[in-house]
Design a protein around this ligand. Structure first.
Ligand code: HEC
Ligand code: HEC
Length: 341
């Protein structure tokens, strides 16, 4: 009888083990299919336009009135808290982040949503407002979301300086071109939910040395800004921000984190970038008002937007933590829309 129970229990265990493994193997299958040869080449072998090798050192510019504006723009991007944030008189940004914390090297690093070429891409259609928006409006999008604050007046000196800096960075790019190195890398999206425990392990092994086990980074009192920025909590980006979407965070992390990672020498696998993005975006962060009014044409909403409403039947939880390929397929098949984030 004892033996029978032993055999039975090992049998049951075996079946459960087998089932889990099967599920696991299945869930690791990747069904996201690149649509074209070009896209496949882009995913496997990302390239960067020559223009990124330019000398973007603003200190080499003389002090003409135009150049002074470019230099001021650079300073605002680099030291935002002191110029437009809590350490300034304007107090427009709601956190102590600097633009350069996400747009690395003051917006000159490829695949870190660089500003190089950006002024040539605006005015641009934007799903968030179902409208064509200007570069100033796009900048204010980050002011209100990534920086959890208020918009800069379009005719303010600060706004003009930021645009002058971006225009200077873009001077050697073609109008409306598809600059190689813009935006973020497009790693393969695993066809499964976020694995929270794996995300935590990646975080503990690869991120805490700078961002801290509590994710709050390291603040430099003397500069009034972060040496290592926080990844969640009250001084982080709000839930309406691009980085608040798991797929956008995954793309940023893949090509840029841990610090030192680059598009051609990433540190994390796609699965690691995916799970750690899910881990940091499962933490609390500031909310944003009027989020339900984002994306008047709901079809345009990115699939990993963590807040409702949606133009589909998938749950909010699935929009937050996947699996994403079936949502992506739904928009492709129903509306012919190709979504990557
Ligand atoms: C927490 C990270 C974060 C911070 C801080 C941040 N941004 Fe962004 N920004 C993003 C992300 C992510 C995107 C791309 C969003 C998307 O994919 O929709 C973006 C996009 C942009 C774009 C459009 C880029 C393009 O190629 O179309 C501009 C311009 C921009 N940000 C300006 C700024 C400015 C100016 C600041 C500081 C006032 C700032 N951002 C701060 C995350 C950030
Ligand atoms: C060696 C230090 C270091 C490590 C390790 C590191 N980071 Fe960062 N991280 C930074 C710095 C510094 C910045 C800001 C970049 C800048 O200002 O140039 C940053 C910025 C970020 C940002 C955007 C800004 C923000 O606060 O939201 C995210 C997201 C991020 N890191 C996630 C990660 C993740 C996830 C890992 C682990 C996989 C990681 N980082 C590992 C130093 C590090």
């Amino acid at each position: 009888m004892k033996d029978f129970i032993k055999i039975l229990s090992s049998l049951i265990f075996g079946v459960i083990f087998w089932a889990c493994n099967t599920v696991n193997t299945d869930s690791n299958l990747v069904i996201y299919q690149p649509q074209s040869e070009l896209e496949l080449a882009e995913m496997n072998n990302p390239e960067v336009d020559e223009v990124f090798k330019s000398d973007f050192d603003v200190s080499k510019l003389d002090d003409s009135p135009e150049n002074q504006m470019i230099k001021l723009g650079y300073d605002i991007i680099k030291f935002s808290p002191k110029y437009v944030g809590p350490e300034s008189n304007l107090k427009l940004t709601g956190n102590h982040l600097a633009c350069t914390n996400c747009h690395l090297d003051a917006g000159t690093k490829p695949y870190s949503a660089p500003y190089v070429g950006v002024t040539n891409r605006f005015p641009q259609y934007k799903g968030r407002s179902n409208d064509t928006i200007s570069i100033e409006q796009r900048i204010n999008g980050c002011m209100m979301r990534s920086m959890n604050g208020k918009p800069l007046a379009e005719n303010s000196k600060e706004m003009k300086a930021i645009v002058a800096y971006m225009t200077w960075l873009s001077k050697n790019t073609e109008p409306k071109n598809k600059l190689k190195g813009k935006g973020f890398l497009k790693p393969t999206i695993p066809n499964r939910k976020i694995d929270y425990n794996h995300g935590r392990t990646v975080f503990e092994n690869q991120c805490v040395s700078c961002h801290g086990i509590d994710g709050q980074g390291a603040f430099d009192e003397s500069k009034g800004q972060y040496t290592y920025p926080p990844l969640w909590g009250s001084d982080s980006y709000n839930i309406g921000a691009g980085m608040g979407r798991v797929l956008t965070a995954m793309q940023f992390i893949k090509g840029n984190m841990p610090l030192g990672a680059t598009y051609d020498n990433p540190t994390l696998t796609d699965e690691e970038a995916y799970d750690v993005a899910g881990y940091i975006n499962s933490m609390t962060r500031p909310s944003k008002t009027n989020l339900s009014q984002d994306f008047p044409d709901l079809k345009q909403k990115p699939v990993s937007s963590p807040y409702p409403p949606y133009a589909d039947k998938f749950s909010q939880l699935q929009h937050q933590f996947g699996p994403f390929p079936e949502i992506i397929d739904y928009y492709q098949n129903t509306y012919g829309l190709k979504k990557t984030k």
